[in-house]
Design a protein. Structure first.
Ligand code: VG1
Ligand code: CO
Length: 579
C-alpha cells in the first residue's frame, strides 16, 4: 500500500469529555471528522512509540463501528503503526480492552501500546443517536487529562492526516491475521476471540467453582440483562458456558447496533425488563429470581438487584470492599486501599475507617483512579453511576462486579444456615447497614437542558458559597428540619501521585450532620447540558436504617431544588431520570 497525505480542516468541539469524544453519528459521519480525531490522537503520542506499535481497536458494536474500524485501520497503517488488534466482529467490552492492553501477548511476544475504544457507553445508538471514541494508554486506563488536552489542541490545528491507500476492508468477523506491505514495512491486522483473554483474567480473580455451586442451588435463581450491549458476549461465555447458568437466565444478550432502540443504561429507569423481572415494577411476577444484574452498552457499568430489592451503587462498592478479603481469592492478602469519586456516597469511607484502609476521593471519571492503582495505593474503587472495579484492570468492570457479588453470596452461603435458608442480597445489604450505618442516597438528572441555563444555575450555586448565613436562612425557611450548611466549595483534586490539579469538579454543600448536596454538569452527553444533582444523608442510628430512601431524602431534595432555583433556570419541574 501507499500512504496519502490528506488535506483537512479542523472541526470545532472535538474535546474529549469525562470518557472520550461522544457526538451524534451524523456528526461523526462528516467528511474527515473521525480521521481528524484519530490523527490528532496519534500526533499527541510520542512518535518513536507509535512506529511499529500494536494498537487495539474495538468497541460495543454500536452503529457506525464497522465503518470506523476500517477508517482507523487505514490511518494506523498511514502512520507507521505496525499492527492493529480487533476483537471478533469489532466487539470488545471496555474492561476487556483494558485487560487486552495489560495482558495479551502477540505471536512475536509483542504487547499493545494503546487502544481506540469505540463506544458512547450508556448513550443510545443508531443512525440518529450517539457514537463515541476514546483512547486508552499503556496501563490499560483512559488517557489522562494531560493527554486529552493535547489531543484537543491538535484537533484545533490539524491540517492533514495520513491514510493508507491499497488496503482492502478487513473482514472483522473472521479470526485470523491479514498482512500488508507498506512504505515503512509490514502492517498487519489480527482479528481475535473477543472473550478469551477476559475470561482467563476473571478465572485468576474469582473462585469459579464456588460460584457455580451457588448457581446450582435450587433455591438460588439468577438473571442477567445486557441491554443489547456488548456484555452479552461475555455473559454467555462466563455465566452459561463456564458457570452453568441456564441460557434462559440471560436477557438481551445479543449485541445490537441500536441496543434495541433503548438506552443501554443499567438503572431503574432504563433497565425496564429486568426491573420488572426482579419484582420492582408492576405487575409483580409470580416467580422472582434471587439475583439480577444489568450492564451498560460497553459493559463497564453494573446494576445489582436482589428479589424486590435495589442495591445503590455507592452501597455496592462499600459492601464489596467490606467482604472482598474472605470472598474473593484475588484479595486474599488484603486491600491496598479504596477510592470513590467525589459524588459517590461516603459508605465506602465508613468501611475504610473501620478496616483501617487508605481511602481516596477523586473527581468523576475512571481515569482518576489509574494513578492510585498504578502506585499500589488502591485495590477497589467505585462511582455512584453504577461503576465498580478493582486494580485487576484500569477501567470499571460490569461483569467483574456481578462476579464479586456472586462470590460474596457464595461465601455467605458456604455453610447451610441453621434454618436452611439462603442468605440473600437484601440480607447482606441490611446487615451491612447494621454494621456501618446507612447512607441514604439518590441522584436527579436533568438531561438535555439548555447549556446556557445550566451554566447560570452553576454560577448561581457558587454565589451561595460566599454567603452561608444567607443560604442557611433560605434552608431554615424551606425545611427547618434540615441541618445547616457548614462548608460550600467547588471540588478540586490534587493527584497524590503526579501532583496534577483538576478544579471545578462539582459544586458541594456539606451539612453539619454529614449530609451532602453536589451539583455538576455531565461530561458525557452529546446535546445540550445535563445537570446532575447528588443527594446524600447519613444515618448512624442502626434502628433507623430501614426507612424508605425517597421519603427520608425528601426534605433535602426540596432544599436542593430551592437553593439551586432548578425550575426557574431550567424550566423543568421534574428530573428526567432518578437513580
Ligand atoms: C458519567 C458518570 C461518571 C462515569 C462516566 C463514564 O459521567 O457520572 O461517573 O465515569 O459517565 O461512564 P458524566 O460526566 O456524564 O457525569 V461510561 O460507562 O459512560 O464510560
Ligand atoms: Co460504559
Amino acid at each position: 500500500f501507499t500512504v496519502k497525505k490528506q488535506q483537512t480542516k479542523p472541526y470545532d468541539g472535538q474535546k474529549p469529555g469525562t470518557s472520550g469524544l461522544r457526538k451524534k453519528v451524523k456528526v461523526f459521519q462528516q467528511e474527515h471528522y473521525l480521521a481528524n480525531f484519530v490523527q490528532s490522537t496519534i500526533n499527541a503520542l510520542p512518535a518513536d512509540k507509535i512506529k511499529g506499535s500494536t494498537i487495539v481497536v474495538s468497541g460495543d458494536g454500536r452503529y457506525y463501528s464497522p465503518d470506523a474500524i476500517q477508517i482507523i485501520i487505514k490511518i494506523a497503517a498511514g502512520n507507521g503503526i505496525g499492527q492493529i488488534w480487533v476483537g471478533q466482529d469489532g466487539l470488545l467490552s471496555t474492561p476487556a480492552v483494558s485487560g487486552v492492553i495489560r495482558n495479551r501477548v502477540g505471536s512475536k511476544g509483542e504487547k499493545a501500546y494503546g487502544a481506540f475504544i469505540l463506544t458512547a457507553s450508556h448513550n443510545a445508538g443508531g443512525p440518529d443517536e450517539d457514537f463515541g471514541i476514546k483512547y486508552n494508554t499503556e496501563n490499560g486506563g483512559p488517557a489522562l487529562e494531560s493527554l486529552t488536552d493535547k489531543i484537543f489542541q491538535n484537533t484545533k490545528n490539524i491540517k492533514e492526516y495520513f491514510i493508507a491507500e491499497g488496503i482492502p476492508d478487513v473482514d472483522i468477523h473472521k479470526i485470523g491475521r491479514s498482512s500488508f506491505s507498506g512504505p515503512s514495512g509490514e502492517f498487519s491486522v489480527e482479528v481475535f476471540d473477543a472473550t478469551e483473554d477476559y475470561v482467563n483474567l476473571m478465572k485468576t480473580i474469582f473462585d469459579f467453582e464456588a460460584i457455580s455451586r451457588l448457581l446450582a442451588r435450587p433455591d438460588f435463581t439468577f438473571c442477567y440483562d445486557a441491554l443489547h450491549g456488548v456484555a452479552g458476549v461475555y455473559a454467555k461465555r462466563i455465566f452459561v458456558t463456564e458457570l452453568n447458568a441456564t441460557e434462559s437466565s440471560l436477557l438481551n444478550c445479543v449485541p445490537k447496533e441500536d441496543f434495541g432502540g433503548g438506552h443501554p443504561d443499567p438503572n431503574l429507569t432504563y433497565a425496564k425488563q429486568l426491573v420488572k423481572t426482579m419484582g420492582l415494577g408492576s405487575p409483580v411476577p409470580e416467580e422472582i429470581p434471587e439475583f439480577g444484574a444489568a450492564a451498560d452498552g460497553d459493559a463497564d457499568r453494573n446494576m445489582i438487584l436482589g428479589k424486590k430489592f435495589f442495591v445503590t451503587p455507592s452501597d455496592s462498592v462499600a459492601i464489596i470492599a467490606a467482604n472482598a478479603v474472605g470472598a474473593i481469592p484475588y484479595f486474599k492478602n488484603g486491600l491496598k486501599g479504596v477510592a470513590r469519586s467525589m459524588p459517590t456516597s461516603a459508605a465506602l469511607d465508613v468501611v475504610a475507617q473501620k478496616l483501617g484502609l487508605k481511602q481516596f476521593e477523586v473527581p468523576t471519571g475512571w481515569k482518576f483512579f489509574g494513578n492510585l492503582m498504578d502506585a499500589g495505593m488502591c485495590s477497589i474503587c467505585g462511582e455512584e453511576s453504577f461503576g465498580t472495579g478493582s486494580d485487576h484492570i484500569r477501567e470499571k468492570d460490569g461483569i467483574w462486579a456481578v462476579l464479586a457479588w456472586l462470590s460474596i453470596l457464595a461465601y455467605r452461603n458456604r455453610d447451610v444456615a441453621a434454618d436452611g435458608k439462603l442468605v440473600t442480597v437484601e440480607d447482606i445489604v441490611k446487615l451491612h447497614w447494621q454494621t456501618y450505618g446507612r447512607h441514604y442516597y439518590t441522584r436527579y438528572d436533568y438531561e438535555n437542558v439548555d447549556a446556557g441555563a445550566a451554566k447560570n444555575l452553576i454560577d448561581h450555586l457558587v454565589k451561595h458559597h460566599s454567603d452561608l448565613d444567607g443560604l442557611n436562612k433560605i434552608i431554615k425557611d424551606t425545611r427547618p428540619e434540615v441541618a445547616e450548611v457548614e462548608l460550600g466549595d467547588e471540588f478540586e483534586y490534587t493527584d497524590p501521585v503526579d501532583g496534577s490539579v483538576s478544579s471545578h469538579q462539582g459544586v458541594r454543600f456539606l451539612f453539619k450532620d454529614g449530609s451532602r448536596l453536589v451539583f455538576r454538569l455531565s461530561g458525557t452527553g452529546s446535546v445540550g447540558a445535563t445537570i446532575r444533582l447528588y443527594i446524600e444523608q447519613y444515618q448512624s442510628d442502626r434502628s433507623k436504617t430501614g426507612a424508605d430512601a425517597a421519603e427520608t431524602l425528601a426534605p433535602l431534595v426540596e432544599v436542593a431544588l430551592v437553593i439551586s432555583k432548578m425550575e426557574e433556570f431550567t424550566g423543568r419541574s421534574a428530573p428526567t431520570v432518578i437513580t
